[in-house]
Design a protein around this ligand. Structure first.
Ligand code: G4P
Ligand code: NA
Ligand code: NA
Length: 193
């Protein structure tokens, strides 16, 4: 998605070898018009599928997921990383290990918001090692729901998430695919070299 790649080039900051900071428009401050354009793009990419629900993980997946939900006209459910006072029982949970942060977190979704009739589109901000998406897939399986696809805002193709999902036959679409970081600059998969 050209508009997103332009935004990443002008406002993204490369940190070290493998991290892109995008807190100008996605991870802290949010650009609503860009989010809306991304929602429309996710709709274009997955409109042939019968989607009844969109799933994401708090917090940074929520903005793009809500915009997709707006266009698909379906509810959006975000997995929580911390147990809430009012959300204690009847949960689907999965353990998500972050290679980046070297910690395990439980994510959970209330059973009342996901069932066997659901056809789910997962949306998330980053695809790195794929652990968040795998956790959501575990929950979808536990609910006997159907996974229709995974929509990612920014994919880093040099980490192992995409390979892992491809190997499972999952339909993945990413709005920006980063091949590598070179001299502090982002190189996209579709850049000419
Ligand atoms: P994984 O799910 O693909 O395995 O991701 P990983 O454990 O490597 O990443 C942990 C957190 O870091 C996730 O956010 C993920 O979205 C984010 N992340 C991964 N790579 C990058 C990157 O290059 N840039 C930025 N900005 N974030 C990255 P999270 O902890 O769930 O936080 P949030 O959703 O509240 O923002
Ligand atoms: Na995330
Ligand atoms: Na994040």
């Amino acid at each position: 998605m050209q508009q997103l790649e332009d935004k990443i080039r002008t406002e993204g900051q490369v940190l070290g070898d493998d991290v892109l900071k995008v807190d100008n428009f996605l991870n802290h401050q949010i650009d609503p018009e860009l989010m809306y354009a991304m929602g429309k793009e996710f709709y274009r990419l997955f409109q042939s599928k019968k989607i009844t629900k969109i799933l994401t993980v708090e917090s940074s997946g929520i903005a793009p997921a809500v915009m997709a939900g707006l266009i698909f006209k379906v509810p959006v459910v975000f997995a929580r990383k911390h147990k809430s006072l009012t959300l204690k029982d009847n949960l689907y949970t999965a353990t998500v290990y972050s290679f980046t942060k070297k910690v395990s977190n439980e994510i959970s979704i209330s059973k009342k918001f996901l069932d066997e009739d659901d056809h789910v589109l997962i949306i998330d901000d980053f695809l790195a090692n794929g652990q968040a998406v795998e956790g959501l897939m575990e929950i979808i399986t536990a609910a006997n729901a159907t996974l229709e696809g995974v929509g990612i805002v920014i994919e880093k193709t040099f980490q192992k998430g995409r390979q892992l999902l491809d190997a499972k036959g999952v339909h993945v679409e990413s709005l920006a695919r980063i091949k590598t970081f070179k001299d502090g600059q982002v190189v996209f998969v579709d850049d000419q070299d």
